[in-house]
Write a protein that binds this ligand. Structure first.
Ligand code: SF4
Ligand code: SF4
Length: 394
C-alpha cells in the first residue's frame, strides 16, 4: 500500500483507525508533543488491543490501521500480532517509526552494546549487504508484517538518529518488498531544512520514495499524517475537520473521534469526541458511534467554528480545536446538529463532505492539512521540491 492511497482515505469516516501502542520512545526529540521518553509507562493493555482488532470482520472493519506511538517498534511482537489480526479481516496496516533501531553508535537506547544481533547470517537479521547496523529480527518481522512503513525525519529526529542511518535502514526495508515513505516535518514551505531533506531523499531514492511533508504543530505522532484545518477569519464560513474521521485509540485505551494530541490527552474526553474504550467496546460499536453522531457529522462537514456560530452558544473563543472541545457542553449546538445532521440526511451530508475532501486525492488532502507546497511529493515520482535560495543545511 503506497502512501498516496493511505492519505487519500483520510477524509472518509471510520475508513482508518489510529492505534497508539505505547507512549514510550527511546528518542528525545525536542518537539515531541506526546511527551514520549523511555520511561513513559502509559500504554493500552495489549490483550484489550488484540481483542479490539480481533473484533473486525470482513463486513465491518477499517480499511487501514495505523500503528503509532510513542515508538510502536518498542513492542514489535504486539505490532506484528495486531497486523496479522487486522489482515485476517481484510484491513491493511501501516506503521510510523522514529527509527531508533537504525541508530549507529556505541550504545543502544536500551543500554546494550550494539551488534548483539549480528553474526547470525542474513536470515531474519535485516542485513542486506548495505553495511551499517542490522535491524533486530523481532523489529524486522514486525516491519515485514505491515503493508506500509513510514519513517519520521526532521531537524529534531536527525539529532537523535543520523540521516544516513535512516536512509540505510529504509533501503533494507524496501529490499524486503515493503512500501515505504518518509514523514518529514518543518516550519513551512520556506524552511531550508525541508528543501534540503526533500532533495536528499530524491537523490538517495531516485524519486521512488514518497514523502508526507507536514508543518510543526502542537500535535503528536498519532496526528502526524495531517493537521486540522486552520480557522478562517469568519467563523460562520464552513471549515470542515477531516481529523474527526478516523477513530484514535489513546494510551489508556480510550477511543476518541479526533487525533489532536491535546484532545487525545484530555480527561474527561469531551462528550462529543468520546467513542468508548477498547476494554468494553468492539470495532462495530466504535464505528457506529463515529458514523452516526450528528455533532461529528457536522464537524466533518462544516467544522466546529461554523457549528458553534450558527447553532451553538456563539462564536468560539481560542483556537479552532479549543472551540471544538468546548462544544462538549453546548446543548444548543448538539440540538442544532441533530436537526441538520440526524438521520439519512445527515449521513448524506457526511458522505458528501468526505467525497469533497477526497476529490483531489492525496495531494488535495496534503494541500489542506499538510505543507501545501510539498503536496506533490505524497506520490512517488511527484514533482521535485520547490526551488529556494536556502543554503544546504547539512
Ligand atoms: S517525536 Fe516521535 S521519535 Fe521523537 S521522541 Fe516523540 S515519539 Fe519519539
Ligand atoms: S478537536 Fe475537533 S476540530 Fe480539532 S482536530 Fe479534533 S475533531 Fe477536529
Amino acid at each position: 500500500m503506497e502512501l498516496a492511497e493511505l492519505v487519500s482515505r483520510r477524509p472518509y469516516p471510520a475508513a482508518g483507525l489510529l492505534l497508539g501502542l505505547t507512549r514510550r520512545c527511546p528518542l528525545r526529540c525536542a518537539h515531541c508533543s506526546t511527551g514520549s521518553d523511555l520511561f513513559a509507562r502509559e500504554e493500552p493493555d495489549a490483550g484489550q488491543l488484540e481483542r479490539f482488532v480481533g473484533s473486525f470482520n470482513e463486513e465491518n472493519r477499517p480499511d487501514v490501521v495505523m500503528l503509532t506511538g510513542g515508538e510502536p517498534l518498542l513492542l514489535p511482537a504486539l505490532a506484528e500480532r495486531l497486523s496479522v489480526l487486522a489482515h485476517r479481516a481484510g484491513s491493511r496496516t501501516a506503521l510510523l517509526s522514529g527509527m531508533f533501531f537504525a541508530r549507529s553508535g556505541n550504545t543502544r537506547p536500551d543500554g546494550n552494546r550494539p551488534g548483539s544481533h549480528r553474526g547470525r547470517g542474513d536470515g531474519g537479521t535485516g542485513r542486506t549487504g548495505r553495511g551499517g547496523k542490522a535491524i533486530p529480527p523481532a523489529i524486522l518481522r514486525a516491519i515485514r508484517s505491515v503493508d506500509h512503513f513510514s519513517a519520521s525525519l526532521d531537524v529534531h529526529h536527525e539529532r537523535e538518529v543520523p540521516r544516513a542511518d535512516v536512509f540505510r535502514a529504509l533501503h533494507r526495508i524496501r529490499d524486503e518488498g515493503v512500501a515505504v515513505s518518509f514523514h518529514l516535518t518543518g516550519t513551512g514551505a520556506s524552511d531550508p531544512y525541508l528543501a534540503d531533506i526533500t532533495r536528499a531523499v530524491e537523490k538517495e531514492f531516485g524519486g521512488r520514495v514518497p514523502c508526507l511533508v507536514n508543518e510543526v504543530r502542537p500535535f503528536g505522532r498519532a496526528a502526524s499524517w495531517a493537521r486540522p484545518a486552520r480557522i478562517g477569519p469568519d467563523p460562520a464560513v464552513a471549515s470542515p475537520c477531516s481529523m474527526a474521521a478516523w477513530p484514535v485509540v489513546a494510551f489508556d485505551g480510550r477511543v476518541l473521534a479526533c487525533c489532536n494530541q491535546d484532545t487525545v490527552d484530555q480527561r474527561p474526553v469531551p462528550a462529543h469526541l468520546d467513542l468508548g474504550h477498547i476494554g468494553v467496546d468492539d470495532w462495530a460499536t466504535v464505528r457506529h458511534r463515529a458514523l452516526e453522531s450528528p455533532v461529528l457529522r457536522m464537524l466533518r462537514a462544516v467544522g466546529p467554528a461554523h457549528l458553534a456560530a450558527r447553532y451553538g452558544s456563539g462564536p468560539p473563543a481560542g483556537s479552532y480545536c479549543d472551540g471544538c472541545r468546548a462544544l462538549g457542553g453546548d446543548e444548543a449546538a448538539a440540538a442544532g446538529a441533530l436537526a441538520v445532521a440526524g438521520g439519512a440526511a445527515g449521513a448524506l451530508l457526511d458522505l458528501t463532505a468526505a467525497v469533497r475532501g477526497a476529490r483531489e486525492g492525496a495531494q488535495g488532502v496534503v494541500r489542506r492539512h499538510g505543507c501545501a507546497e510539498y503536496a506533490p511529493l505524497v506520490v512517488a515520482g511527484g514533482a521535485p521540491a520547490p526551488e529556494t535560495d536556502a543554503p544546504d543545511v547539512r
